[in-house]
Design a protein around this ligand. Structure first.
Ligand code: C5P
Length: 201
């Protein structure tokens, strides 16, 4: 039996951490859909045509260590505006969502476009300042040379582009449960997500 959990929200709101923990808690498979767009973005930076890159995506493309950089994040957001790129990635995401045993998908349009019938939908968010601080610490740990101001500007520019695009913009589904992690510890954010999903089981 399938059970789909859709987790959407802006960059660095804690979606990834919450999604992984939720998947582990319920024994569900997890797909970070941002990684698909990052992989297409990275291939496009390396000179492929965006739509071709999306159509020819293979699992190995998701292992590129460069995918977590700010440059690739920006390229991901750029290719994510292209309807044909999004269309090329729909079938894979939908079949992942329907797998036996349950699935958690996190991204921007999971509850609105990819899995509008998901059994549980969460919209995980936090203030831009809190999100920038988290992403900044994460990038520093990876040895990146970044400033907090630069990361805040990148996060805000990417959110704006994701929210204002015409195809599958970042928006909470009407029936999504909102979790603002600005003032929550990681443990509390995870507990809130698990409790919200429990109400749908
Ligand atoms: O989640 P992450 O920050 O890795 O996503 C990178 C970019 O990919 C986002 O800024 C967004 O433009 C795009 N994306 C999307 N739809 C998704 C997941 C990610 O458009 N479901």
């Amino acid at each position: 039996m399938s059970f789909t959990v859709a987790i959407d929200g802006p960059a660095a709101a804690g979606k990834g951490t919450v999604s992984k923990a939720v998947a582990a808690h319920f024994g569900f498979a997890h797909l970070d859909t941002g990684l698909l767009y990052r992989a297409v973005g990275a291939k496009t930076l390396a000179s492929a045509h965006a739509v071709d890159a999306a159509k020819s995506l293979v699992p190995k493309d998701l292992e590129n260590p460069e995918l977590r950089t700010q440059t690739v994040a920006k390229a991901a957001s750029d290719v994510a505006k292209i309807p044909e790129v999004r269309a090329a990635l729909v079938a894979f995401q939908q079949s992942f969502a329907k797998r036996d045993g349950g699935a958690v998908l996190d991204g921007r349009d999971i509850g609105t476009v990819i899995c509008p019938d998901a059994e549980a939908k969460l919209f995980v968010t936090a203030s831009p300042e809190v999100r920038a601080q988290r992403r900044y610490s994460e990038l520093l740990q990876r040895g990146a040379e970044v400033t907090l101001e630069g990361v805040l500007a990148d996060v805000q520019a990417r959110d704006k582009q994701d929210r204002e695009r015409e195809t599958a913009p970042l928006v909470a589904a009407d029936d999504a449960i909102l979790i603002d992690t600005s003032e929550l510890s990681i443990e509390d954010a995870i507990a809130a997500a698990i409790a919200a999903i429990e109400t749908k089981r």
